[in-house]
Design a protein around this ligand. Structure first.
Ligand SMILES: [Zn+2]
Ligand SMILES: [Zn+2]
Length: 280
């Protein structure tokens, strides 16, 4: 993999921060929260999860809807607040996953490298601290996206500071640390559990599964077999009972004129008569 862009953290600092926030999240469980801290934990989970699902995943990785340049930056910032590096880093690796899913080149394949690697190991590996900028040429033409990706520590730092200023140490522990760690593992679970447990509607040539529980925990990302079958569409729950809050939020943003050209699955796709479309 060519390493075209350096991440802002040194590998050691990034790994230390990653482990430190886990320790802080465990400590938070022993600190009695006030109502403000609980609200911050829940609200920041939902907003930042949408930044990952609607922003990093369905917009930056798959370009499954269109929006304005300012809202594009808002999505990059919201996703960035989840401390999962920048939108360009995230999208480059995710596009690679779709192109090589469950093949030896896949960055996080349960089938190839086991559960731990797919869930967490690859993120801690120095091999993937950088990304191949050639995979996100459509995004690197926006200097503000390159800036916020390179300085990806800014959105989480602002979020953590805001939590502290609003709720003190309890607010920081619950609103930022605990919420961020739950965000981490629900996101990582799509790469691990959703390639391991659940049902399959479509034959996709790899191991993706649909999971109702993970769809609830991830604002609709648990319909991962649907998604691997047809990654281009913004909707991942193909039927009314396949709850997909990210899609509902995008429909709302379309209603108020912020997003447009939301890609929907055609009847041919839903019936499984469309060839699986891998992202290049
Ligand atoms: Zn996958
Ligand atoms: Zn995807």
């Amino acid at each position: 993999m060519s390493a075209a862009t350096k991440t802002a953290y040194t590998p050691t600092a990034g790994s230390i921060l990653f482990f430190a926030i886990h320790l802080a999240a465990i400590y938070a469980l022993f600190v009695k929260p006030d109502m403000t801290s609980v609200i911050m934990c829940v609200v920041l989970f939902v907003i930042r999860k949408f930044g990952i699902t609607g922003g990093y995943h369905r917009y930056f990785s798959h370009r499954s809807f269109k929006t304005t340049r300012w809202f594009q930056f808002v999505l990059a910032f919201l996703g960035g607040m989840a401390a999962q590096k920048g939108a360009l880093w995230w999208a480059a690796h995710h596009r690679h996953h779709h192109q090589h899913s469950d093949q030896p080149e896949d960055v996080h394949s349960v089938k190839q490298q086991g559960f731990y690697w797919a869930h967490l190991g690859w993120i801690l590996s120095p091999e993937y601290f950088d990304y191949d900028a050639k995979r996100v040429k459509d995004l690197t033409k926006f200097p503000e996206l390159v800036f916020i990706d390179r300085h990806h520590y800014i959105p989480p730092a602002v979020t953590g500071l805001a939590c502290f200023l609003i709720g003190g140490w309890t607010g920081f522990l619950w609103g930022f640390c605990l919420s961020t760690v739950i965000l981490y593992h629900t996101t990582f679970a799509i790469n691990s559990f959703c390639h391991l447990l659940g049902s399959r509607r479509y034959e996709t040539g790899e191991s993706s599964k649909n999971s109702f529980i993970l769809a609830i925990l991830t604002l609709g990302e648990g319909w991962h077999n649907n998604h691997h079958y047809y990654p281009h569409c913004a909707r991942q729950g193909f039927f009314w009972w396949e709850i997909d809050p990210t899609y509902y939020a995008l429909k709302f943003f379309k209603l108020i004129g912020i997003v447009h050209e939301i890609k929907e699955p055609s009847l041919k796709v839903i019936e499984g008569k469309e060839a699986t479309a891998a992202l290049g």
